[in-house]
Design a protein around this ligand. Sequence first.
Ligand code: NAP
Length: 283
Amino acid sequence: MILVTGATGTVGRLVTERLSGTGPVRLFTRDPRRVTSTGPDVEVAGGDFDDPGGLRAALVGVRSALLVTTNPLAPAQDRNFVTAARAARVGHVVKLSAQAVADTGADDLITRWQRDNEELLRASGLAWTFLRPRAFMSNTLGWARSVREEGVVRAPDGASRNASVDPRDIADVAVRVLADPAAHAGRAYPLTGPAALSAVQQTDMLGELLGRPLEFVELTREETLSGLLARYPEPLAHALMESAARGRQGAKTGVDPTVPDLLGRPARGYRAWARDHLAAFRA
Ligand SMILES: NC(=O)c1ccc[n+]([C@@H]2O[C@H](COP(=O)([O-])OP(=O)(O)OC[C@H]3O[C@@H](n4cnc5c(N)ncnc54)[C@H](OP(=O)(O)O)[C@@H]3O)[C@@H](O)[C@H]2O)c1
């Protein structure tokens, strides 16, 4: 049995689709009604990382688990998971972490949280593999509405380049790793796309694919911070500002060969991601 947490989210959903038909899979969600993948081998476990009892029940009989937590202000969630996984004698935990943990100079709250989560697993006695993606290409779905309605992308730091990764590649790697714990236990995998692109370059690519030139409007620091504060608690907004500052210094441009090495094919580029998600950006 493989347990997928974050199963209704970006990566968990893609992993679930790929695992369908490969053997028994259990999906962990707070709201089973949100699950779209079904099949004879797919079961749903309702539960919350904040509830140790629900976690223990979800982990019964689990051989391998994909661990996706998302709240840096709730560090107990990873602790609850690891405690329950040890009690259930789970064989292998594949942790969705972040490439920033390996960046010297990255010391924002979100990165420290992911480092602590990794440390928790290293110290747990469980077998683990860390997946460390750079920014998800799908983050640019946040531009979809203004592109559809106004032909405009509004974003900070238009010239900062990021070797962002296609979430489908993260999911492809996760499925490989889940299928073969012995080959991947104790490894940490940096996951990037094939090139470091700026937001301006991504905007131009989107415009070419849409057949409609798009305008890029660079947000000031103040506009960026007030937008983040409208969406996130203050400590997270400030962590994201710190992360953006590292991006401006060129800290996120490194292209890593791990995705092609593990998958035996090139990493998907932004043009392919955008082409396959163009409907979201079409007027
Ligand atoms: N986005 C990026 O650019 C980026 C880059 C590097 C690393 N990462 C890392 O990737 C991870 C996020 O992955 P993602 O984007 O695939 O996640 P996501 O789309 O935000 O989905 C996460 C899922 O977690 C579930 N969840 C949230 N709180 C929960 C709780 N208390 N108990 C149980 N389930 C809960 C939610 O499902 P339900 O609502 O159904 O319960 C949600 O669908 C984070 O660890 C982040 O640091 C992201």
